[in-house]
Design a protein around this ligand. Structure first.
Ligand SMILES: O=C(CO)[C@H](O)[C@H](O)COP(=O)(O)O
Length: 295
């Protein structure tokens, strides 16, 4: 599937330039079908999803600002874009990309792959963003934030014209959202407000648990996000109406953002260990840049 780069908008002159570049190309992008196994089924699945998502959605010739998300699957997105950068055929285009990060991890991924790091303040209109997810339902609504980056992830994904999710098939929700990611919906809160929000989640919104995320062995005490906030992992069981729940949580004083990503993703690529990728596309990809307000 390598090279399924979209040629939309090419003039005949640029097509000629590209074909002469192709003749000179020395470092080619590895074909997905010829990739060696990574030695671990889950990693093969993540790589298959990420590489296909990049190959089929990144328009090297038209896109300029690219959002790079967080997590272990998106590592392969950055890696694939880095491969395009090293291919003589695409280098001139990809070297002009501005890559916006969703946190420190993705900033490092961008730099490690030789891509140009940019900030959203300078590039608020993102052409395409790629990110992972913790649970994906049949409407392409998501739970995200398992890696603690939900606020910046939402900032980037809702600033993108196209938001593509990459994951392995285990992330598919078996029923409703909340049935797979039983750690709970991550809620980013201002530290001074965390006990108040915890109380509201449990007593006003009916959460079964609302646990302050801890750093564990690697960091004593609560996890502090890239925005210096805390996270409450809030379990509701199966979620009947994710949009309504998101709105209600968001209305609590002290809440910065929730890990419910509603009406945001345009496509999801879910990889299997054998290299198969399940692709789901939202039927009406209309994605609000501003959250809808219910009357
Ligand atoms: O939301 C996220 C981080 O906050 C990640 O995208 C999500 O946790 C998926 O990660 P992975 O690809 O490692 O499964």
């Amino acid at each position: 599937m390598t090279g399924r780069i979209i040629f939309r908008g090419l003039t005949s002159t640029s097509a000629v330039n590209i074909s002469s570049r192709r003749l000179m190309a020395s470092i080619k992008i590895p074909k997905i079908s010829e990739l060696p196994s990574l030695g671990h089924p889950l990693e093969n699945a993540k790589r298959a999803a990420a590489y296909r998502a990049v190959d089929e959605n990144l328009d090297v010739y038209q896109h300029r600002v690219v959002g790079i998300g967080s997590g272990s699957t998106v590592i392969y997105v950055a890696e694939r874009i880095g491969q395009y950068l090293r291919d003589d055929e695409y280098r001139d285009y990809v070297s002009k990309f501005k890559c916006v990060a969703t946190g420190y991890q993705s900033k490092q991924l961008i730099m490690d792959n030789g891509l140009t790091y940019a900030i959203l303040e300078q590039y608020p209109h993102i052409d395409i963003a790629f990110d992972g997810a913790d649970e994906i339902d049949c409407n392409l609504d998501l739970i995200k934030g398992g890696g603690g980056c939900l606020f910046q992830e939402k900032l980037v994904s809702t600033s993108a014209k196209i938001f593509v999710v990459v994951a392995d098939t285990s992330k598919k929700s078996p029923r409703r959202l909340g049935s797979h990611w039983v750690q709970g919906v991550p809620v980013e809160v201002v530290p001074a407000a965390y006990t108040r929000v915890q109380d509201d989640l449990l007593n006003l919104l009916g959460a079964k648990t609302a646990t302050l995320r801890q750093g564990g062995k690697v960091k004593m005490g609560p996890v502090v996000t890239d925005n210096n906030n805390f996270i409450l992992d809030t379990y509701f069981g199966d979620i009947d109406d994710p949009k309504k729940l998101h709105d209600r949580i968001k209305a609590l004083v002290g809440v910065v953002e929730t890990g419910l990503f509603i009406n945001n993703a345009a496509k999801a690529y879910l990889g299997s260990p054998d290299g198969e990728v399940l692709i789901t596309t939202r039927e009406s990809p209309a994605k609000p840049q501003v959250e809808e307000i219910e009357n």
